[in-house]
Design a protein around this ligand. Structure first.
Ligand SMILES: Nc1ncnc2c1ncn2[C@@H]1O[C@H](COP(=O)(O)OP(=O)(O)OP(=O)(O)O)[C@@H](O)[C@H]1O
Ligand SMILES: [Mg+2]
Length: 235
């Protein structure tokens, strides 16, 4: 683990995340020069994670108990694996997945990025790949000079993966169907923790993603339905 000197991450509103775990900003910023200390692991993980969070969601916090339970499960599993292997730090490698469902503007992306932030300060290392489904398809379209299989492997093999807005394309194509299946199947078979969001209703989701993808999602994911109105219009 790389050692990084203490940083307060000013502007990230990190204190409430720490307080939630009974930790203080002092703990986060105490310089112990130990690359394997949980504080250093948290600094490295938070720094890497924050770089992947869009500005709008930079201080998001999850409000969903199920998301918190998921985080604690990932953390506990990582610590158990660390103890078994005698590894110097705990890292997330395997675990369950989550599917956040709800209408436009109800807070799915906010909750997802909130979860990334909460997980980042636990002192357990977790490396995220983050994308919307639409950006993923765009990044993987065959084009000159880009090996899309190398690009695909980045997402398929990511230790933790957020796919926002799955099923948003009204007319799935053979190409998007193949990406969805290969991605979900790989993550399903290898128990790779994946956070998915979709604003498509459960029944429609099956129609858009196909039976084989929805069947795998049903087994690998806990499903959370967010209720409420479009918060953007309420603002
Ligand atoms: N718990 C919350 N506290 C404060 N603001 C919130 C909360 N949840 C969502 N918001 C805000 O509400 C707006 C809509 O949230 P978000 O972008 O997460 O919606 P969404 O469900 O992902 O919508 P879409 O389906 O269109 O992508 C955003 O401005 C977000 O910051
Ligand atoms: Mg969203």
């Amino acid at each position: 683990m790389q050692y990084i000197p203490p940083s307060t991450f000013r502007g990230h509103d990190i204190e409430p995340l720490l307080a939630n775990r009974g930790l203080t900003a002092d703990w986060f910023t105490t310089d112990d020069f130990d690359p394997h200390s949980t504080a250093n692991v948290a600094r490295v993980t938070y720094g890497e994670t924050a770089a992947k969070i869009p500005f709008h969601y930079r201080s998001a916090r999850t409000t969903l108990p199920q998301l918190r339970t998921w985080i604690e499960r990932l953390v506990a599993d990582a610590k158990t694996a660390q103890a078994q292997r005698g590894a110097p730090i705990a890292s997330i490698t395997h675990g369950p997945s989550l599917l956040l469902l709800g209408v436009t503007g109800v807070g799915k992306t906010y909750e997802a990025y909130g979860a990334l932030r909460e997980l980042a300060v636990t002192g357990v290392y977790g490396q995220w790949a983050v994308t919307t489904a639409a950006d993923l398809y765009a990044a993987l379209r065959p084009r000159h000079g880009v090996d899309s299989e190398v690009e695909f492997a980045r997402y398929r093999n990511a230790r933790l993966l957020l796919v926002d807005d799955l099923g948003a394309d009204r007319k799935p194509t053979e190409f998007t169907e193949e990406i969805n299946f290969r991605l979900i199947n790989h993550r399903y078979e290898n128990h790779l923790p994946t956070l998915l969001t979709s604003n498509v209703g459960p029944k429609e989701l099956a129609a858009r993603l196909g039976d084989r993808v929805t069947s795998r999602l049903a087994e690998m994911c806990e499903r959370i339905s967010l209720k409420g109105d479009d918060r953007r219009r309420a603002a």
